[in-house]
Design a protein around this ligand. Sequence first.
Ligand code: SF4
Length: 101
Amino acid sequence: MTYIIAEPCIDIKDLSCVDVCPVDCIHQADRILVIDPEECIDCGACEPECPVEAIFPEDALPDKWNAFVEINYAYDKGMDVVNQLTQKYADEHNVQNEPID
Ligand code: SF4
């Protein structure tokens, strides 16, 4: 299992999760952060740090955000693929997350 970063992260990228991850497996794409499932040790440290509640254990990800399994797992195909999938999702779902303070 791994943890998945979902829609609320798009265009927010707060980075609090990056600071606490003990294995540095959270990576920045253009519009979202993603977790490398190969490196994640399932410690759960990142989940409570996210101010927009974008991080979930894979088996607890809300169904409406299933597309983010593919987006996070795409990390091993390169950030271009992550960026393309994220852009496609954001366009199709008209994502407009408000910036946080
Ligand atoms: Fe990093 Fe732990 Fe979060 Fe995995 S669950 S991304 S290892 S902080």
